[in-house]
Design a protein around this ligand. Structure first.
Ligand SMILES: [Zn+2]
Length: 400
């Protein structure tokens, strides 16, 4: 009885925002018990330019050493195709180059560290062997150049999710990135062909990813899909007002259909304070960037790395670990523990939360979750259990 009273007191304390003390050993014990699956990482945009993921340069957010330090068990590498490739129909070319960099420059180059995975079973097997499961997700539906044949080719090459749009509306799906742009031809969500794309993804067993899409596209995809759908890297709009984030209604509907929201760590998606300071910070940062890059022709990933370095040097706004946990808490509150996952967006952004600076820092998140009262079982679900459930459901619905 006394124990029960004590437990109730601790729970009340935690509910009141208090935290409990957790030892380093406890953090690592729980962290190592997870199969940590991050569903969005943009380091292929660096490896395709020649970056060696086996080198520990300290630049960017991802390399083999830091993935291991962070206890990452499976990593979805983004086959990111910028909207600019639509001009001149170069999207398929770029998609194939990005798939090649994951397979050739990451997996084949470091076979002792990575193994290509294309199923939930593969992920678990890689983990048992002590290797990092490498998976691929296409970011930007324009990659298929409006052809279901290309979609099937990408599946055959190992792609296991596709984000229906990036920041650009394509010929069959509206994006959240240009929804207010009157110059863009919109479709009010998904076109009939867009619904066919979703159904073909279902038939193949490719996960439907609704990160980046316009709200109406989300609702159309949810209705069209026979399998659960997911957000590979999105956060909560109720906490941080950004069109890229999901409303409570969207999160609850997604969860009801068995899906999962993989929380994005980008400062601009998780910290309202960051957003409020953004105009002033961006002005100051742009001025410094112009100085630093004068006469240089930097690649997009290198610009991003420089921008992050300057942001830290100048002491501009960043998000915190607490912001990440707020988004996790919010999803738990409205949709339950089974609807939460992680999609950090590392190497795709120029601002990461303090304490979650790169892929090696995942144990810090485990610590904060434990301090907040999350159980080891909760953390295992958030870190990968929920995602594996969705992946298995998509696999089970395939071929029908
Ligand atoms: Zn993205």
């Amino acid at each position: 009885m006394r124990t029960r009273l004590l437990l109730a007191a601790v729970t009340a304390m935690l509910a009141g925002g208090q935290t409990k003390t957790v030892t380093d050993a406890e953090v690592m014990r729980v962290h190592r018990s997870t199969l940590l699956i991050d569903t969005h990482n943009d380091v292929p945009s660096r490896t395709v330019e020649g970056f060696d993921i086996g080198s520990r340069t300290g630049t960017g957010h991802t390399d083999i050493g830091r993935l291991k330090e962070g206890g990452v068990g499976a990593q979805f590498f983004a086959v990111y195709v910028a909207a600019s490739y639509v001009n001149g129909n170069r999207s398929a070319n770029r998609t194939l180059q990005m798939i090649d960099t994951v397979r050739h420059d990451i997996v084949d180059r470091y076979p002792n560290d990575f193994v290509l995975a294309t199923s939930a079973k593969d992920i678990e097997e890689a983990h048992r062997k002590g290797k990092i499961a490498a998976l691929m997700g296409i970011e930007g539906g324009h990659a298929i150049e409006d052809s279901l044949r290309l979609l099937r080719d990408y599946y055959d090459l190992g792609v296991r999710y596709m984000t229906l749009t990036h920041s650009n509306t394509n010929n069959w799906a509206d994006s959240s990135g240009d929804v207010t742009d009157a110059q863009v031809k919109h479709h009010d969500g998904l076109t009939d062909f867009g619904k066919q794309v979703v159904r073909e993804m279902n038939r193949l067993g490719m996960m439907v990813d609704i990160s980046h899409v316009a709200d109406k596209t989300f609702w159309d995809a949810l209705e069209a899909s026979k399998a659960p759908i997911f957000a590979s890297h999105s956060s909560c709009r109720a906490l941080t007002s950004h069109a890229r984030n999901m409303t409570d209604d969207m999160i609850m509907a997604l969860a009801k259909k068995g899906g999962v929201v993989q929380v994005n760590f980008y400062c601009g998606f998780i910290s309202q304070k960051f957003r409020d300071n953004d105009a002033a910070d961006t002005k100051a940062l742009d001025a410094r960037m112009a100085q630093e890059t004068a006469g240089k022709n930097l690649s997009e990933p290198d610009r991003q790395i420089l921008s992050e370095k300057l942001r830290k040097e100048m002491g501009l706004s960043r998000a915190t670990l607490a912001d990440v946990v707020d988004h996790i808490d919010h999803i738990r509150k409205i949709a339950g523990i089974d609807a939460i996952g992680l999609g950090g967006d590392f190497d795709g952004v120029s601002c990461t939360p303090i304490g979650l600076d790169d892929v090696s820092k995942y144990p810090n998140l485990t610590r904060v979750l434990l301090e907040k009262g999350y159980s080891a079982e909760d953390i295992r679900k958030i870190y990968g259990g929920n995602f594996l459930r969705v992946m298995r459901a998509v696999e089970a619905a395939a071929g029908k």
